[in-house]
Write a protein that binds this ligand. Sequence first.
Ligand SMILES: NC(=O)c1ccc[n+]([C@@H]2O[C@H](COP(=O)([O-])OP(=O)(O)OC[C@H]3O[C@@H](n4cnc5c(N)ncnc54)[C@H](O)[C@@H]3O)[C@@H](O)[C@H]2O)c1
Ligand SMILES: [Zn+2]
Ligand SMILES: [Zn+2]
Length: 375
Amino acid sequence: MQAVVYQGPGNIVLKDVPRPTIIEQNDALVRITQTTICGTDLAILKGGVATVTPGRVIGHEGVGIVEAVGSGVRQFKPGDRVIVSCITACGSCEYCRRGIPSNCTEGGWILGNSIDGCQAEYVRVPFADNGLHHIPPSINEETALMLSDIVPTGLEVGVMNGQVKFGDVVTIVGAGPVGLAALLSIQFFSPADIIVVDLDDHRLELAKRLGATMVINNQDSSATAKILQKTNGRGVDVAIEAVGHPLTCKVAQEIIGVGGTIANIGVYSQSAELHKEALWVKNITIRMGVVNTTTIPLLLRTIQSGKLDPSQLITHHFPFSDVLHAYEIFANAAQEQAVKIVLAVGDASDDNARLSTDALVEMIVGQIMQQVSAH
Ligand SMILES: NC(=O)c1ccc[n+]([C@@H]2O[C@H](COP(=O)([O-])OP(=O)(O)OC[C@H]3O[C@@H](n4cnc5c(N)ncnc54)[C@H](O)[C@@H]3O)[C@@H](O)[C@H]2O)c1
Ligand SMILES: [Zn+2]
Ligand SMILES: [Zn+2]
């Protein structure tokens, strides 16, 4: 099968590798129909994630069709349409039972990291009953794809860790897919002001359309001063860091107000300073972590009810054969006006055949109408 393989810093290739098989009884084999690229994959490509070693199939976001299951899998069968969570959870270790499956002793974020991942035609999903989610018929695959990682991440690690409340003034630093995903779900908590900071005007424009009340381009490092001015020097109630850079970590610390919470989403490949000498007096909370993806079932309901539409984050579509080009586009997101890129994997005609019942009905009705009008 074709897969994106990490070969060392700065070097990924699309090449033929053996198709994975069921190894453990709790495994499922999923035929990936759509996958995408995460900011974390760019960090891997730069050599910034030490656990990813040469030869690894990368990617931790995907949707697809269950191809086969091991004897211990109860909730899924071949043919099911599923989301692959970026988090693998055994369900029985101490951390899984404490509700922190991101730190599962046998899993956590391992797909596309320490085991082969989703930027491939097939993926082996361990502990499939916990790592897969059924896609309801009313939700299309590319919308569901946004739930593998970015939408739960924005909600759990940004909004929920940030303890956003009605009337809060919040800032999201970073308007990449993850920061914008946080922007989508933060509005359920009714903050008074949502200030979004980035370096990319296109992403900031999108942030405005998605509900930001103020956007700041931080090319001139003016974000701190502008936010303090806007809040009369008080600072914000919640600062969500969705970049993973020492400079943006500093901004979050400079703008946090008394009693506020800094929610750190960004993954750091270098150390960042924590200025306790300035922060201790403000009675603040700092939270950080890896997404657990435990909100996927709730997010599916919210999408079904029409209250959330993560497909608004999708800007580009490519066939999987163009994945290396897609990496270039995502790495040059500002010039390319890119946010989330959907890669269609495998023979799309199979999926089209399955998904186009409506179109088929329309065609048959059309033919009947033609015959009727001809007589
Ligand atoms: N904690 C988790 O579980 C988890 C899960 C997924 C992703 N992440 C991390 O979240 C972060 C964001 O992911 P993404 O996919 O949105 O990445 P991304 O690289 O697409 O987005 C980052 C954004 O930050 C902006 N930016 C960079 N420097 C800035 C600065 N000085 N001031 C303001 N904005 C700046 C960029 O223009 C970009 O739009 C990454 O670090 C990723 O690794 C964490
Ligand atoms: Zn990710
Ligand atoms: Zn576990």
